[in-house]
Design a protein around this ligand. Structure first.
Ligand SMILES: Cc1ncc(COP(=O)(O)O)c(C=O)c1O
Length: 459
């Protein structure tokens, strides 16, 4: 009998509530530190956040409830692509000649091509409910901007996207995708905001970074009464919304009669990996599955978890976003323009950073050529062309499968294929024609970026 390779849920299996890991983190003895106001360096209150976010999302940011109901209109939109499929990659297993069984959750079938609509849709919904007219946001690879543009269209909001210049130039069709949904797209740094103009005055050729684009979008929202800001990663409410990935995957792994030994994902700000892994992480923190491993993967050009420091740092380059406790390379660090634009961020989500610091999650960094080699093997065996960001997760999963082969042990590997790479052909062209530079992380640059950290101890 041939092995089953696809595990599908039905409409009724779309989760009706999001899962919040914070109560388990506290119960396990870890102490999350509060975000601080960039102005006072004191713990932030709801009033500091209301110029940027609707109250419903601020409430989710600080919630200690393990479950938060998903509003009906959000589930109605989720139905367009959820539940997403879980596959077993038997053809990849055979190519690797491994005793490991490799499963992946595929989020690339969403309309925007990644996991990002899972949070864009509720963010648009809550902003509309709060009477907001326009969303200002940033995008790296263009995936988040595409998701937000679509969600804004569904809930009749205007949308301004500050797109990191490196991606703006590499991916013109992502810009068109956003414009098709009615969004205005600006290359960041732009001349539209004070923070953009300040960067351009000093670095006229700046390729931009997520940190800079966030500064521009936050400034835009904070200076316009009818406009709010939306962030595609990092914050607690974003990770919360992404939990639909892991909740579905838990059911699907049960259908397969398996429990993962190791869960792998790529980390830009942490949302897709938290989304897949936190429902499983709860088992580890509760002592039910203490041996389950978690591997976060990132680019060697922006190695936040593997080479950064755990410190309080600004979420953006211009120091106007909240200060949060996280692994960081310094808010002034501008990563080399690698193709995985969504992973070019100086920090990582506070809860995920804490799990890494406390040894519940491992971290690995990979170079561009290594991840495109893994992505090409994956496409050659499974047929799906991955985005460069999840290509890091594929590389992590392949390494786990090779380790299983070398030790002669079975291993169940689950990873998140959080987006397709159909807009990333320039990146594949560069890889296939040997034009990808092996960008090395420059510790000297990081050192100067770290010199600007706010002086707040993390205990
Ligand atoms: C396809 C894709 N994967 C991963 C990421 C990284 O973000 P996160 O770590 O929040 O999932 C991005 C961010 O833009 C992305 O577009």
């Amino acid at each position: 009998m041939s092995e089953r390779t696809r595990f599908d849920l039905s409409d009724g299996d779309i989760p009706s509530a999001w899962f919040n890991l914070m109560p388990d983190i506290v119960q396990a003895g870890m102490q999350p530190l509060p975000p601080l106001s960039p102005a006072t360096k004191l713990p932030i209150g709801p009033e500091d956040l209301t110029p940027l976010f609707p109250m419903a999302l601020i409430g989710q940011e600080v919630s200690t409830d393990p479950w938060i109901d998903i509003p009906g209109p959000v589930i109605d939109v989720y139905r367009l692509w959820r539940p997403s499929p879980l596959f077993r990659a038997t053809r990849l297993e055979r190519a690797l000649d491994t005793p490991a069984r490799i499963y992946f959750k595929y989020e690339g079938g969403s309309p925007a091509g990644s996991h990002k609509p899972n949070t864009a849709v509720p963010q648009a919904f809550y902003n509309k409910e709060a009477g907001i007219n326009r969303i200002a946001t940033e995008t790296g690879a263009g995936q988040w901007g595409s998701a937000m543009a679509m969600a804004c269209r569904f809930f009749e909001l205007d949308c301004t996207v500050y797109m990191v210049r490196a991606s703006f130039e590499q991916k013109p069709y992502r810009r068109v995708f956003m414009e098709l949904f009615g969004a205005s797209v600006l290359a960041s740094p732009s001349e539209t905001t004070n923070s953009g103009r300040a960067i351009l005055a000093e670095h006229p050729d700046s390729t931009g970074s997520l940190g800079i684009a966030i500064s521009e979008a936050v400034e835009d929202a904070a200076t316009h009464e009818d406009t709010n800001y939306a962030l595609g990663s990092l914050l607690g409410h974003v990770l919360l919304h992404q939990s639909v990935i892991g909740l579905e995957a838990q059911k699907q792994m049960e259908m397969a009669g398996e429990r993962p030994d190791v869960v792998v994902g790529c980390v830009g700000g942490g949302s897709n990996f938290a989304g897949l892994s936190y429902p499983f992480m709860a088992g580890r923190l509760r002592g039910e599955t203490p041996q389950m491993r978690f591997v976060a993967t990132e680019p060697a050009a922006c190695p936040t978890l593997t080479k950064g420091v755990f410190a309080y740092d600004y979420g953006d380059t211009a120091q106007i976003a909240p200060i949060v406790p996280m692994y960081t390379l310094g808010h002034g660090f501008v990563p080399a323009p690698v193709h995985a634009g969504g992973l070019r961020y100086h920090g990582d989500a506070p809860s995920l950073s804490l799990l890494v610091r406390e040894g519940h999650m491992e971290a690995k960094a990979y170079t561009q050529n290594a991840i495109f080699e893994a992505a090409t093997l994956f496409a050659s065996t499974q047929g799906i062309v991955p985005a460069p960001e999840p290509a890091h997760a594929i590389k992590g999963a392949i390494d786990e499968a090779i380790a299983a082969r070398e030790s002669g042990q079975e291993r169940v590997i689950l990873f998140n294929l959080c987006g397709h790479g159909h807009f990333d052909m320039q990146a594949y062209d560069d890889y296939l024609n040997d034009r990808l530079p092996e960008v090395e992380f420059d510790p000297a640059e990081e050192e100067s970026a770290l010199a600007g950290l706010p002086e707040v101890p993390v205990g």
